[in-house]
Write a protein that binds this ligand. Structure first.
Ligand SMILES: Cc1cc2nc3c(=O)[nH]c(=O)nc-3n(C[C@H](O)[C@H](O)[C@H](O)COP(=O)(O)O)c2cc1C
Length: 417
């Protein structure tokens, strides 16, 4: 039995996000909370089977992230068959096929959400992937399905680096699919019926069509129509789209009858999102503040505690990123740093500075400089200084602005996804 059946519902999981849910961010999510499932970034089946070694780094993970599902995309059944072997050999807990990516590069070539227009091919891919998972579980070697022995060696090295056995225990992994409501119109009922013929262990539906990209609100009423189709079947239905808070997640699960939700953008800058038990406590109460260990103000006001909490997360994340990845790619960490800087005085200025850092030491220096110039907002509001009044207003505006208003997120969502 797979984790999809043994996990109690409702399921709250981390959605796959290309360029975001990398090994360092997933480690943060698993360290600061307990999601029921975590998805990797999507990875092309070509890269999984034949790409250069560094492209398989999207599939690095830590044991604490379990259950962890590898997401793949493409349109060639033979490659899905091979990729399923790789995913099995890497010790994942599940394999997910992306049928929802709206990016031109992906969908226009017939992969991702492009598959909504070719349901027969979608079936074929699911069958090929499932057969691959089955044959791998049955003992078939990677070399026997045409993968190079250097790829098999790389996989063993990745497993050992994670602290595991070179060859994980063979078991048939569950297959799942993540998709959208349709291509240019909502056809989710007929589309979901097609997908359900293959009995996926889980189906995630993002409540928008490809054409909508990220515009408007996710249509949860349409998602609930799929919930009616999956009720009484072995498929878990996960709704997805615009869930920002834990209470919102539970409210949507209850109202729309889904088995769970995947959360994407709501987790940016909030690795503690899945700490459900502590979610009702204010963020600043979650990490004890020891003034003696922190440069800057001695008085631990609620604002100081909040900023200190964010800075600790930033440092932890930046150091983990350095442990996992080559220092040359540290710029990929900058957007995360910017997401942590929200809702406190002069956060916008700090965000801009974070966009230039090259390593964790740079981040530490910026944090120290921030504390050195820190003035408590209450003190500022009594000051006649224009700059101080501005800082106060800015902190308030940042704390209340919605996630969609955040330019860093807006630019991301207008990009590949
Ligand atoms: C930056 C970014 C990258 C994404 N990458 C993927 C991906 O690799 N695979 C996928 O299935 N969905 C991807 N998505 C879509 C999300 O998984 C999710 O469906 C979408 O963001 C809606 O959920 P949310 O409102 O909780 O963010 C991505 C979204 C964003 C914002």
């Amino acid at each position: 039995m797979s984790f999809w059946t043994t996990r109690p519902t409702p399921i709250l999981g981390l959605a796959p996000m290309d360029g975001v849910t990398d090994a360092a961010f997933r480690w943060m999510i698993a360290t600061y909370g307990s999601p029921d499932v975590i998805f990797t970034e999507f990875t092309s089946v070509i890269d999984v089977c034949r790409g250069p070694e560094f492209l398989l780094s999207t599939f690095r993970f830590d044991e604490r992230e379990r259950p962890i599902v590898a997401q793949i995309y493409g349109k060639d059944p033979a490659l899905f068959y091979q990729a399923a072997h790789v995913v099995g050999a890497l010790g994942f807990d599940g394999l997910d096929i992306n049928m929802g990516c709206p990016s031109k590069n992906v969908a226009a070539s017939g992969s991702g959400a492009g598959l909504i227009r070719t349901p027969d091919l979608a079936h074929e891919l699911m069958r090929a992937a499932r057969q691959g998972l089955r044959d791998w579980a049955g003992g078939q070697s990677l070399e026997a399905v045409g993968l190079k022995s250097s790829r098999a060696d790389l996989i063993r090295r990745m497993n050992v680096a994670r602290g595991g056995e070179p060859d994980p225990v063979r078991r048939e992994l569950p297959l799942s699919v993540k998709t959208r409501l349709g291509y240019d119109s909502v056809i989710i009922e007929s589309w979901a019926e097609h997908l359900l013929e293959e009995h996926p262990a889980a189906l995630t539906v993002h409540g928008r069509t490809l054409e909508q990209m990220y515009r408007g609100q996710a249509d949860w009423e349409a998602i609930s129509r799929v919930a009616r189709l999956t009720r009484g079947t072995s498929t878990r239905l996960l709704g997805n789209g615009d869930v920002m808070t834990v209470s919102d997640a539970f409210e949507k699960i209850e109202r729309w009858g889904v088995d769970g939700v995947l959360i994407g953008r709501g987790t940016l800058g909030h690795p503690g999102w899945f700490d459900h038990r502590a979610a009702s406590r204010p963020a600043e109460a979650q990490v004890p503040v020891e003034a003696g260990n922190r440069p800057g103000p001695r008085a631990v006001t609620p604002m100081v505690a909040k900023i200190d909490h964010q800075f600790r997360l930033m440092m932890d994340h930046a150091r983990r990123f350095e442990e996992v990845f080559d220092s040359k790619v540290f710029p990929r960490m900058r957007k995360h740093l910017a997401w942590y800087c929200k809702g406190f005085p002069l956060a916008a200025k700090l965000r801009a500075e974070m966009m230039r850092v090259c390593n964790a030491a740079d981040v530490e220096r910026l944090i120290a400089a921030y504390w050195a110039g820190y003035v408590e907002p209450e003190a500022q509001s009594h000051s006649p200084s224009h700059a101080h009044a501005h800082a106060h207003a800015q902190a308030e505006a940042e704390a209340t602005s919605s996630i969609q208003d955040n330019p860093h997120i807006a630019s991301l969502t207008c990009g590949s996804f």
